[in-house]
Design a protein around this ligand. Structure first.
Ligand SMILES: [Zn+2]
Ligand SMILES: [Zn+2]
Length: 221
């Protein structure tokens, strides 16, 4: 680790407070033990002075101001994790460090594009909730996600496969032999009990677990 700026120290602290609150912990001691900071007491003083956290009766919690910043940081971090695992296919256990750096370079606009691109994912690869953004709210009324998983695709709709993220890499050639590959145009016929799709004249049934790993873009006629 190189030089740590004040901003980074504070960002790290805000993220930690968010995560601890998610887990139901507000104890100052818990925060101090979990923090990597070299001087936790001065860190807590700074958080108080900046109006980002409040301390009372052995508990520490985010103020409204602190929560707003933490929310944005966590959102960017968890979206970055999704981007790395879903799109770049990096193993889940290695993405967190890179995602931690990414959250500081993802701009607000880029964050929104990533969220839309990924179809407004509700959780990070570790199953932690991704705080919703403006784009996620708008989704309901006006914007459809650019890319959706086949398992969540609209029955009866036609789509073009954008990418496949197999949990087992050997699956790719099997899927390719069925004509399921990036660029293929398919029609989605059925979701339950198995996902059935049509490619040219062929009908293929897929396990929903596999359908989750195929991402496609709807073709609007
Ligand atoms: Zn995560
Ligand atoms: Zn979104």
């Amino acid at each position: 680790m190189g030089m740590i700026t004040d901003k980074e120290r504070i960002d790290e602290a805000l993220e930690l407070l968010w995560v601890l609150e998610e887990e139901g912990h507000r104890e100052v001691d818990r925060f101090s033990l979990s923090s990597d900071d070299a001087d936790v007491s001065s860190l807590i003083e700074t958080l108080k002075e900046d109006g980002l956290a409040a301390v009372a009766e052995g508990d520490i919690h985010l103020t409204e101001k602190g929560r707003k910043i933490a929310r944005g940081l966590i959102r960017r971090q968890r979206l970055a994790e999704r981007l790395f695992t879903d799109v770049f296919e990096m193993p889940e256990n290695t993405v967190l460090d890179d995602a931690c750096k990414m959250e500081h370079i993802l701009s607000e606009e880029l964050t929104e594009s990533v969220c839309i691109f990924l179809g407004h994912p509700p959780t990070c690869p570790h199953g932690k909730p991704i705080p919703r953004g403006e784009c996620c709210k708008k989704l309901k009324v006006e914007v459809a996600p650019v890319v959706t998983r086949l398992s969540e695709f609209e029955v009866g709709a036609t789509g073009k496969i954008t990418f496949i993220v197999p949990s087992d890499p050997s699956r790719i050639s099997k899927l390719n032999s069925l004509g399921i590959t990036a660029g293929s145009v398919i029609k989605f016929l059925q979701r339950i009990p198995s996902c059935v799709l049509q490619i040219d004249e062929t009908t293929v049934a897929l396990d929903p677990e596999i359908a989750k790993e195929i991402y496609l873009k709807k073709i609007v006629k």
